[in-house]
Ligand binder design. Structure first.
Ligand SMILES: Cc1cc2nc3c(=O)[nH]c(=O)nc-3n(C[C@H](O)[C@H](O)[C@H](O)COP(=O)(O)OP(=O)(O)OC[C@H]3O[C@@H](n4cnc5c(N)ncnc54)[C@H](O)[C@@H]3O)c2cc1C
Length: 432
């Protein structure tokens, strides 16, 4: 039996704890927040029976690692898979955009050859498994070549600009786009009560299995005294472990483990990522009267956000005290002014745009707003990214690292957080 510490009670940390404890190890999770669930956590008003995720979340039907974990926990009947509507902006209107077939009917694509090229490229990407061949190219290069400039600029470019901004969008590699299309399904899943309910129940199971979860306990430093000694974890006191798994952002990892050797440290520092700013609004009335859930908005159309997501066109408003829950969000670099502006200032920027979704919208529809920001939201995979992934086992004996930046070629997500957490647990157990 080993004594193991896990830093972070997000889905990767909890999934790792589950397997390590099942194998008989003594496990302690350190979590800086006063709740579990990390980036997938949610919040709730007293009269709501479901929580709302701080950052819009759903699963794809292809999220096999998460669905397998839920099955192991015996909660398959708590997973719901509605089929909400996703739409894309074109020339002042919105059109269905959640499958290749729907996209083929998108008027922005024009006629004839463009539709054929779009369909063929989409089909090829859905069918091929050879993502390694794609990571040599950027999305911009590959799609311009195979889909053509017009199709790329109309259908794909807005998506990559939205996700990665002007700085990175031309550098993101094509395997990222492949993974997005491969994983995507039209049915989108959630957990009864919201993701926070799932996280809380998972934490409860872990506690029953005698995993200790220490909330409000930020870890400040991790080091190994001698080559053969235990690993020290510093929070309000110093404690010693045989092994430690860290599930934080690469940048936090560099600060937490200052003794990491140069090359590993450089690797971590070279990883790029985008932050996210998401405002949630509780409205008196439904915003999208067409019942649309997800609006994709190209930056060029002048909206002050990248996506508008009407959560209650996916999950019934009755779970939220009759409120209509709308998210407006964007992926931005942490230097962006949206990371500095106050909630009121941001609301002033966002409100005028809501009329474009429903001309009847008035300011007094807004009952309450919440604002969440994170500097680490979306890893940016550059060309040949598979060569830049830091190994889970770090050069510091007994110290392991599992984060969103290592699930490549897949895009980040709770499914892959569970997968990498469990993979890290296996690696920790394989090594004596
Ligand atoms: C805008 C947005 C939308 C998303 N949409 C989806 C979606 O639709 N579907 C989906 O599946 N996924 C989605 N994701 C991704 C998903 O949230 C993440 O992939 C997943 O939650 C990552 O889990 P994790 O355990 O790796 O990390 P995290 O959830 O980040 O967990 C790390 C934990 O460590 C804690 N911590 C930090 N520093 C310390 C410290 N010093 N000491 C102790 N604890 C510390 C943090 O509080 C946190 O709880 C989205 C993410 C964002 C940002």
């Amino acid at each position: 039996m080993k004594k193991i510490a896990i830093i972070g009670a997000g889905f990767s940390g909890m999934a790792a704890a589950y397997d390590l404890r099942k194998a008989g190890h003594e496990v302690t999770i350190y979590e800086s927040a006063d709740y579990v669930g990390g980036l997938a956590s949610g919040f709730k008003e007293p009269n709501w029976d479901w929580s709302v995720e701080k950052f819009y979340h759903h699963w794809f039907a292809s999220d096999k690692h998460m669905l397998a974990l839920i099955k192991e926990l015996g909660w398959e009947d708590k997973v719901l898979f509605p089929r909400p509507y996703t739409v894309m902006y074109h020339a002042g209107k919105f059109y269905p955009f959640d499958s290749i077939l729907k996209a083929l009917l998108f008027p922005g694509l024009g006629f004839g050859i463009h539709k054929i090229r779009f369909g063929l490229v989409g089909m090829y990407l859905r069918l091929t498994n050879n993502w390694k061949a794609l990571e040599k190219y950027t999305v911009d290069e590959w799609l311009r070549k195979w889909a053509g400039d017009k199709v790329y600029e109309m259908m794909w470019q807005p998506l990559v600009i939205g996700k990665f901004g002007e700085r990175y969008y031309k550098q993101v590699n094509m395997a990222w786009m492949w993974a997005r299309l491969k994983a995507r399904t039209t049915r989108l899943g959630t957990f009864e009560g919201g993701f926070q309910n799932f996280a809380d129940r998972f934490a409860e199971i872990l506690r029953e299995q005698r995993v200790e979860i220490r909330l409000q306990t930020p870890v400040t430093r991790i080091w190994r005294e001698q080559d053969t000694g235990p690993v020290s974890v510093e929070c309000e006191r110093i404690e010693r472990y045989d092994k430690v798994l860290i599930t934080l952002a690469p940048e936090a990892m560099t600060r937490l483990v200052p003794s990491l050797p140069g090359e590993y440290l450089r690797g971590l520092r070279n990883l790029k990522s985008m932050g996210a700013v998401v405002m949630t609004l509780a409205l008196k009335h439904q915003l999208s009267e067409d019942g649309y859930y997800w609006y994709n908005l190209p930056k060029s159309a002048g909206y002050p956000f990248l996506a508008l997501v009407e959560h209650t066109n996916y999950v019934s408003p009755q779970h939220f005290g009759g409120n209509h829950i709308v998210y407006v969000g964007d992926y931005l670099e942490p230097e962006h002014e949206f990371f500095r502006l106050s909630q009121e200032q941001l609301l002033e920027r966002f409100l005028p745009a809501l009329k474009k979704f429903n001309p009847k919208f008035e300011r007094d529809w807004v009952r309450k707003t919440w604002l969440f920001r994170t500097a680490y939201a979306q890893p940016v995979p550059l060309r040949q990214h598979s060569q830049n992934i830091p190994p889970i086992q770090t050069p510091v004996e007994g110290v392991y690292f599992a984060s969103m930046s290592q699930v490549y070629p897949w895009d980040r997500g709770t499914n892959f957080a569970a997968e990498i957490g469990r993979r890290a647990a296996r690696e920790m157990m394989e090594k004596n």
